[in-house]
Every structure is written in C-alpha cells, then in structure tokens.
Design a protein around this ligand. Structure first.
Ligand SMILES: NC(=O)c1ccc[n+]([C@@H]2O[C@H](COP(=O)([O-])OP(=O)(O)OC[C@H]3O[C@@H](n4cnc5c(N)ncnc54)[C@H](O)[C@@H]3O)[C@@H](O)[C@H]2O)c1
Length: 365
C-alpha cells in the first residue's frame, strides 16, 4: 500500500475565503506545507487582518497552468462562487468558475503529477429531498446553478480518476462558525447576527426546512483527514461532511440562538412559504471510513462562539446588512464600481482594494 507522507505540500485554492482562512491554519497545525491560491474577491471583508501569512499565488483558477501545480502532493479546491444567490446572479459564470475551471484544474493537476484532489462539494446537491435522510448513494436533485455546478464537477472528475490521480468529493453541510473572513449569509451565522444586532432572530422561510450544518473548523479537519487517509479509503469517493445530530430544521436553529441570547425574540419575516431546499443527510460513511476525523462542534457551541465574536468585534446592524459579510453584495459592489469586469476579472491587475479592517479589532466609523 502507498505510504502517505506525514508532511504534504498542499495547494489550497480559495484559501482567502471563509472556510479557507480557517483551513490553512488547521493544515499548518497538522504539519503540512500550505500554499494558497486566490483571486481575493473578499479582501477587506473582515474585522481583523486574515491570519495566514504563508506562500500565495494571486491567481484566478481559470488561468492556472500546469507549471503552477508542479511539486504539490495534493490540491484542496475551495475556490468557487460559493452560494445559490451568486449562481442566480449569473448562471453561466457559476458554471464557468465552479464547473469548467474545476475540471480543467483537475486535468492539469493529474498532468502535473499531483496525486490527490479534494473537491469542496456540497450537501445542497440533494436539493428537494424531503424528510428522508440522504446518503452518498442517493439520487441528486440540485435546485440551483450552484448545486448543479457541484454535481457536474463530481461527474467529470470521476472520469479523470486514475491509478495515479484520486479525486475526493467532500460534500459539506452548511458551514457555521467564526472565521477571519466571516460570512453572515450562512443560516446559523445569519440568525446569530440578526439576534445580536436587532434582538429579533429573523427566519425568512416558514422555518420547517431541514438543513445539515457543520462548523468551519470541523470541515477543515475533515479535509485534513482525507489528505492523510490511505488512498484506498478515499479514491474517487464522496463523503457527506457533517454529523447525524447536526441535521436541524431552521426553526430549531432559531430556538438555539434564542437560548444563547434569551432577550431576543424569534420573528418570521413574512415571506412565509416553505423553502424548496429541504434535505436531511446521513453521515455514516465519513464516520466509518474516515476514522481520523473527530468533529468537535455543535450548533449550540457554534452559536455561542459567533455571538461572543460579534460582541468582541462590535458587529453593528450596518456591518451585518452591508457588503462585508454577504458574498453577493461584495461581488455586486465590485462589478458596479467597475473594479471587476462582467466576467469577474479584476480590471486593475494589481487589484489593490484598500484594507478596510479597523485597528485593534474595533469597527471604524
Ligand atoms: N460555506 C459553506 O457553507 C459551504 C458549504 C458547502 C460547500 N462549500 C464550498 O466550499 C468552498 C469555500 O466556501 P466558502 O464559504 O469559504 O466561500 P467564500 O466565498 O468565502 O470563499 C471562496 C474563495 O474563492 C475565491 N475565488 C472565487 N472565484 C475564484 C477564482 N475564479 N479564482 C480564484 N479564486 C476564486 C474567492 O476570492 C474566495 O476567497 C466553495 O467551493 C463552496 O462552494 C461551502
């Protein structure tokens, strides 16, 4: 059996994003040599300077060449337009960046001799699954361009798998938790921010849809476990990343947040209809086949962490509802101001976005 190196050279695309900023720390703590690669759409979208100071390629994944990939043992591919609203903004761009550029990257990785390709997929590919819990073998029902881009990428990576190239599909549940590049457009983070900034925890649907959740640090350690697992355990395999006990209905999450901030009320925002994205997920495979993974967090401990961080960083309603923590709002801001062109390429190649994070962790202005 092939021996797995304890210290691997890993390229992490999308390292400057919400998950990436936590993952690079987890990988470095595990002893790996990490290089980041990101086009940095979300520079300035933080309270504190991102902690990662390591090697970086400032590159659009659409422009990566084989020579950029030589010498890496593995690639962790996070770079993507990362949620449904971004896909609704421009379906073709989501397909171009999330699907076609990912497949192209994997082909070049295989040509460059990279042996392992960990793809950041999503449980949202189960889509309108109803109340029945979905295992990796379930039929996929993507409901958005975003989810479809993940399905198509998995299908095409499967065709590239070979004796020397192992794609792995890590289908993450919806992430939560604090990160230097925090996102407030993810359900638990969002509910906590509503509660913290307005004292009303606002639910947009009727509260009944099921969602699996997972902490951003637990996602990061799942990727580390997949990096370190024997090839036979991961080769061309899909893993749902999360835990059985972390399937929640949205109204349960709101109640958890209310328990953390008892002075808050829970409000239904009036749009009221059931959200068609409704899926519960089974996590037996990752538990059984990636025994090196030890998730630590629950929605309750995550809500406590987020509320605490909102306090430490003095999150205001203006911050929360502005562009910094909502991926769609920041990309719209960059395209409307002309800094990004309609293909989401920087007009000024040096893409100098002023650092807007305040000194000493306190919001400016
Ligand atoms: N956050 C979640 O709940 C979640 C759940 C399931 C799967 N995922 C997947 O995990 C990955 C990371 O998600 P995230 O929450 O950190 O998103 P994010 O938006 O915070 O980070 C994505 C990063 O990718 C970069 N990027 C985007 N397009 C690029 C391009 N063309 N070239 C180079 N860099 C580019 C962005 O600048 C950003 O730093 C994504 O693939 C996402 O689909 C996320």
């Amino acid at each position: 059996m092939e021996a797995i190196k304890r210290r691997q050279k890993v390229l992490v695309t999308g390292h400057a994003g919400y998950i990436g900023q936590v993952m690079v720390r987890v990988l470095e703590n595990a002893g790996h040599e990490v290089t980041g690669c990101d086009v940095d759409y979300f520079k300035g979208c933080e309270f504190l300077p991102p902690g990662y100071q390591g090697a970086v390629q400032h590159k659009d994944v659409r422009d990566i060449e084989v020579k950029d990939l030589a010498g890496f043992d593995a690639i962790i591919h996070l770079a993507a337009l990362s949620n449904d609203p971004l896909g609704d903004l421009d379906r073709e761009l989501t397909m171009e960046i999330n699907h076609r550029a990912s497949v192209r990257l994997a082909r070049m990785a295989s040509d460059a001799g990279v042996r392992r390709f960990l793809f950041s997929s999503s449980c949202s590919i189960y889509g309108a699954a109803g109340d029945e819990s979905q295992a990796e073998t379930a039929s996929l029902k993507p409901l958005s361009a975003y989810a479809e881009s993940k399905v198509r990428t998995e299908e095409d990576l499967d065709k590239i798998a070979s004796a020397t190239f192992s794609p792995v599909y890590l289908r993450n549940a919806t992430a939560y938790g604090w990160s230097p590049r925090f996102r407030a457009d993810l359900v638990l983070n969002n509910l906590c921010c509503w509660g913290y900034t307005t004292h009303a925890i606002r639910i947009l649907s009727d509260g009944t849809p099921w969602r699996p959740l997972v902490h951003v640090e637990d996602i990061s350690s799942a990727f580390a476990a997949a990096l370190e697992a024997p090839t036979g355990a991961i080769h061309n395999r899909a893993f749902n990343v999360g835990r059985e006990c972390e399937n929640y209905q949205i109204r349960d999450l709101a109640e958890i947040v209310r328990q953390v901030m008892p002075s808050c009320s829970v409000e239904y925002a009036g749009r009221g209809g059931p959200d068609p994205r409704n899926y519960r997920v089974k996590f037996e495979r990752i538990e059984r086949e990636l025994p090196g993974w030890h998730p630590q967090w629950t929605a309750r401990s995550g809500a406590e962490e987020i509320v605490d961080a909102c306090g430490r960083h003095q999150m205001s309603r203006e911050d929360f509802e502005g562009w910094r923590f909502t991926r769609l709002a920041q990309l719209k801001r960059l395209t409307e101001s002309g800094r990004l062109d309609p293909e989401l390429r920087w007009r000024d190649r040096s893409h100098r976005e002023p650092n807007t994070f305040p000194k000493n962790g306190v919001e400016a202005g």
